[in-house]
Design a binder for this molecule. Structure first.
Ligand SMILES: *Cc1c(COP(=O)(O)O)cnc(C)c1O
Length: 388
């Protein structure tokens, strides 16, 4: 059997950590109760486990447990936040500010709201991928009800200045939402210090299972109103109905717990691997780093390569490494990444780009192997291009 390629696509998903899996397993077969069942021990056990996970996640972002609403992931959390605010506050205004480089799970709900009559401002980013706060300042209007800016970008890993944005929103009494799917467990998040009112989270980017996430909804100073987008049994304070997925929630809590404990050392380790990868790859000519050099996730490296065809490059890399191309989250689509074009890249350069997502389980040896193969692939593609 041939060896499987080295996994370097941790922004798209991560493997479930064994410790997370072990925490989850008893909740499938043994403690399988419905956390909403209040009349027997099966329900109480499940409820206790959910409560513990809720507390862990709340502590991780400096919120209270009642402010955590479990969802099926960050896509649902973003939809709930954006549409839920739009519906609850539309009589106060119909203008929303977000950013060109957001995940499609923010951009698409905003575009949907446009069809209902809302106005959306998509802020540009600077060459380093970070928004200009002066542009935000200019974008505020009297009828702005919501600002949505992600914590860490899923393609180029850059970190937006959440505390500054939060302060500007609070000054104007505008609700601030942050898609923090890539940030939870990886960088410090504090909804109080950062004045964040709504925060979308997901488990599967931080070694938890797929299909579970949460929306933080501020209850105090101010209390954020949210129109439910899913009606039914009244779970999650009537904001998000549906039987809670106990095993996934338990795993989410465990994943966050582990990440908080290991964050500092893990970031150091990831930054070392990334630095080594970058040093080896950038010995090639015509390699561009996408996004700010330091204000980014430790495990992220996103580069554009001159003089090679994007799909040929990916094809050449495939046997050795699992990475994403410029059109990251929708690899089926051939359009260049909206994130890279927002940085001001030409379409061609945006095509020939590679996103490396280094994670907890990668090793120094793997990074060396990847770097070596990357360099030789680019060199041979360039040689072929000259011969044609
Ligand atoms: C992965 C991701 C999402 C989608 O999260 P799911 O839990 O898969 O729905 C949303 N936003 C960002 C920034 C992401 O990286």
């Amino acid at each position: 059997m041939s060896q499987r390629p080295i996994y370097l696509d941790c922004h798209s998903t991560t493997p479930v950590d064994e410790r997370v899996l072990n925490a989850m397993l008893p909740y499938f077969t043994q403690h399988f109760g419905n956390p909403s069942s209040i009349s027997h021990i099966y329900g109480w056990e499940a409820e206790a486990a959910v409560k513990k996970a809720r507390e862990t996640i709340a502590v991780a972002i400096n919120a209270t447990p009642e402010e955590i609403i479990f969802t099926s992931g960050a896509t649902e959390a973003n939809n709930l936040a954006i549409k839920g605010v739009a519906e609850a506050y539309f009589s106060q205004g119909q203008h929303i500010i977000t950013v060109q480089t957001e995940h499609s799970a923010v951009i698409d709900p905003c575009n949907y709201l446009k069809t209902l009559g809302f106005e959306i401002t998509f802020l540009p980013v600077q060459k380093d991928g970070i928004i200009n706060l002066k542009e935000l300042e200019k974008a505020f209007r009297d009828d702005t009800i919501l600002v949505s800016v992600m914590a860490a970008n899923n393609e180029i890993g850059v970190l937006q200045p959440l505390a500054e944005i939060g302060a500007m929103c609070r000054e104007r009494d505008i609700i601030f939402h942050s898609d923090s799917a890539q940030a939870i467990g990886k960088i410090p998040l504090d909804v109080q210090a950062m004045n964040i009112d709504l925060m979308s989270l997901t488990a599967h980017k931080v070694y938890g299972a797929k299909g579970i996430g949460a929306l933080y909804v501020r209850r105090r100073n101010p209390r954020v109103k949210l129109a439910s987008q899913q009606h039914g049994g009244g779970q999650e304070r009537n904001i998000r109905s549906g039987t809670l997925y106990t095993p996934q929630i338990v795993g989410f809590g465990k994943a966050v717990e582990i990440s908080l404990e290991t964050q500092a050392t893990e970031n150091e380790f990831l930054a070392q691997l990334r630095q080594s990868l970058w040093e080896q790859i950038s010995q090639l000519k015509g390699i561009h780093l996408n996004g700010h050099l330091n204000k980014r996730l430790a495990g992220n490296l996103n580069i554009s390569v001159e003089g090679v065809d994007g799909s040929a490059l990916l094809l050449g890399l495939q046997p050795i490494m699992a990475v994403s191309s410029g059109s990251a989250c929708s690899s089926i689509s051939t359009a260049p990444s909206h994130v890279l074009t927002a940085l001001g890249h030409s379409e061609k350069l945006a095509y020939a780009s590679v996103r490396f997502g280094i994670g907890r389980f990668n090793t120094v040896e793997e990074i060396n192997q990847v770097a070596e193969h990357f360099v030789s692939t680019v060199e041979s593609l360039r040689k072929q291009a000259v011969m044609v």
